[in-house]
Design a protein around this ligand. Structure first.
Ligand SMILES: [Zn+2]
Length: 682
């Protein structure tokens, strides 16, 4: 019940693994240093392996905690925020005078923490949902039920959501798209290597166990599990590859309701649209029309009973975190332990804080902002944003490969970017959501339904550009191509990204690079296809576009040669095409923040601090953002699903292409951190 479809490009991938256990009560961990000399491994030459130099000691001294699959310096900050949020929720839950928002989040959190109450209810919250599926008697009922599930936030069969019109970003339209899978990517169902085959076998075992816990006999559950895999494999085969989907043109198919209804008649989409709780509309965008054409056949060929098994699974799987311990544990065994290499489940309080953030995040976020975020943070960040925007202006001016005609358009786009810092101007009103002290599963379902309704209601209305897609405590930042805006939640404006008492070099290497990264997204392989108004419209001369592609091909090839994981199952290299936008943004961000820092420093002589010049501190601060340890399993999953490169390559990949880095550390041309064929897009 936590589906939320967002099309944003962020600096990190926020993965919320919601599953369930013990309750420990330790204090908020100490603040993370913005610049950490003790993290540096001085036995390494920074020109040979910069990441190892900047992070070597940190990696050695910070093994992955048992309840995590990845542990990095920004994860430390996210963890710090979790503790703060728990304090807020614990106070909101305690007896006393509270605002309605406090009461709401406190009650939600309390219901989630009530493990014995949840245990006593058993599978009762699931029963009415499974009975509804049992009652499906025709294919028509099936489609009506998919509409019911979507209306209540359960993912199934395909996706439906609202999104700005790709050619008229001022208006929001309905979107129909591929979907319905449970494993993290279609490749898990399609690939034939040993690891993929093993994953499917483990998945079938997992589905069987969950079906048994929901009340099915062992032999029946075993058959059901095979059916689920077969149905989902059909959906996977009809799905478009993640890397192909990066090009917005592959998802740009505006049509009338009649057209899509006619192209996939077995879906009975007219019935679906009438029943899914969305306002009435006559035209929409279809992200992948071929998916609907292909699954149209599958809908007929697969017996109704098998579709019912699939829906049964989707509901049980989605409910799992809100059910008794047995479900929570099995969910963790597969998704946390097997898929990600996480050794232990997170303590229950962390899962409940995350759940509150996901489902009532703008109410909790307001309380977080009131407590932590001052005007000082907003002002200083805004000043940095302005400095980095002028660095980009300067950088575009210096490009030798771009004509004045395209440069003029690039300036227009840069000028039009909207900066959002900290939190939204308008807070979301959740007062219509019913939250009960003894009904965690119901609370989650009602909060999900509220969010779905809010998103659907944007259809055929002017685009709400003030709406945020991340909650304020989130340690992340994002750019939205149709909005042409950059957004920095309050959660990221802290160490290690930003330190109030830190020198400029450190802050520009941290949050400065993040700002430059988000700005560059407006001009990466995806972003460059949108104009200043956020419309999919080609503003490039043919020659300049050719030059751009040549340069980004260089980046794609470079990153494709980097190894992400090497274990007993073999070596996996990065997908330089999937990660192209993020790598372009990392390289651009580093360059822009460096230019801006040099302007701030100007001609004033700056003394070294901790033995490092400002330029060295800038690069070290940047490198240290990415210090991390990650399990092999998690690394493998991310190669398939994460458009971001792993920490090592985010640091080393970018500095290898940077002349300023070479100069700062006095690297020589034949050393590994000086690329013989440096790639530069921006
Ligand atoms: Zn990004």
């Amino acid at each position: 019940m936590k589906t939320h479809f967002v099309c944003v490009i962020s600096i990190l991938l926020a993965v919320a693994l919601c599953s369930a256990q013990t309750n420990s009560a330790s204090a908020v961990p100490k603040e993370i240093p913005a610049f950490d000399v003790t993290a540096i491994d001085k036995s390494i030459d920074p020109c040979v392996d910069f990441y190892q130099y900047a992070c070597g000691n940190w990696m050695k001294n910070n093994p992955i905690p048992p309840d995590k699959a990845r542990w990095g310096r920004f994860d430390e900050l996210a963890e710090h925020n979790l503790y703060l949020l728990r304090d807020i929720l614990t106070e909101a839950q305690a007896p006393g005078k509270h605002s309605p928002a406090e009461t709401m989040v406190g009650t939600f959190y309390g219901a989630c923490m009530d493990e014995s109450g949840i245990e006593k209810k058993g599978t009762a919250p699931l029963t009415p949902e499974l009975e509804k599926i049992n009652a499906i008697a025709t294919k028509r009922d099936l489609i009506k039920h998919v509409a019911y599930l979507h209306r209540n936030g359960f993912p199934a069969l395909f996706a439906f959501y609202s999104q700005p019109d790709m050619h008229d970003s001022m208006a929001t339209v309905a979107n129909l798209d591929q979907g319905g899978l449970t494993l993290p990517d279609r490749d898990y169902y399609i690939k034939d290597d040993a690891k993929s085959v093993e994953t499917r076998q483990k998945y079938v075992e997992h589905v069987q166990k969950m079906m048994e816990m929901a009340g099915d006999k062992s032999e029946v559950a075993a058959e059901e599990a095979k059916t689920v895999l077969a149905v989902e494999t059909g959906l996977a085969k009809a799905s478009m590859d993640r890397t192909v989907r990066r090009d917005p043109k592959t998802r740009d198919h505006k049509m009338t309701v009649e057209e899509i209804v006619g192209q996939a008649p077995n879906f009975d989409l007219a019935l679906y649209f009438a029943d899914n709780g969305s306002p009435k509309f006559t035209s929409l965008n279809v992200g992948n029309p071929d998916f609907f054409k292909q699954v149209n056949e599958q809908l007929n060929a697969t017996p109704l009973d098998q579709w019912k098994v699939y829906l049964r699974w989707k509901v049980i799987n989605d409910f799992a975190p809100a059910l008794p311990k047995a479900f929570v544990d099995e969910n963790f065994q597969f998704n946390g332990k097997y898929m990600s290499g996480q050794q232990e489940i997170e303590p229950r309080w962390k899962r409940c804080v995350r759940s509150t953030d996901i489902l009532l995040g703008m109410a909790l976020g307001k309380l977080y902002v009131d407590r932590t975020f001052g005007a000082e943070g907003k002002e200083r960040t805004l000043k940095m944003v302005q400095g980095i925007e002028s660095a980009m202006h300067e950088d575009i001016g210096d490009l030798t490969w771009m004509s004045d005609t395209t440069k003029k358009k690039a300036y227009e786009k840069l000028q039009a970017i909207v900066n959002n810092i900290g939190y939204p101007d308008m807070w979301r009103d959740y007062s219509s959501v019913v939250i009960k002290a003894d009904d965690y599963a119901g609370n989650a379902e009602r909060a999900s339904a509220f969010e779905v309704h809010r998103e659907y209601n944007k259809i055929d209305k002017p685009t709400d550009r003030k709406d945020w897609t991340m909650t304020p405590p989130t340690v992340n930042a994002y750019y939205r191509p149709p909005m042409n805006d950059i957004n920095f939640p309050a959660g990221i404006l802290q160490p290690p990204f930003y330190g109030k008492l830190m020198d400029d070099a450190v802050n520009y290497g941290g949050i400065g690079v993040v700002i430059g990264h988000e700005l560059t997204h407006g001009f990466d392989d995806q972003g460059r296809k949108y104009d200043a108004e956020g419309n999919l419209h080609d503003w490039w001369t043919a020659d300049d576009a050719k030059e751009f592609v040549k340069r980004s091909d260089c980046t794609a090839d470079e990153y494709s040669s980097f190894v992400s994981v090497k274990d007993d199952k073999g070596e996996v290299k990065l997908n330089g095409r999937l990660t192209l936008g993020e790598n372009t943004a990392d390289n651009g961000g580093l360059k822009l923040a460096y230019i801006a820092l040099m302007h701030v420093i100007g001609n004033t002589p700056v003394k070294p601090i901790d033995g490092y010049t400002p330029a060295q501190r800038f690069f070290l601060s940047f490198g240290q953002i990415w210090c991390q340890n990650v399990t092999d399993q998690e690394a493998r999953k991310r190669v398939l699903t994460d458009p971001h490169s792993p920490g090592r390559w985010r640091a080393n990949g970018a500095v290898q292409n940077s002349a300023a880095f070479e100069q700062a550390f006095g690297c020589k041309a034949d050393q590994p951190m000086v690329s013989a064929n440096a790639c530069r897009v921006w």
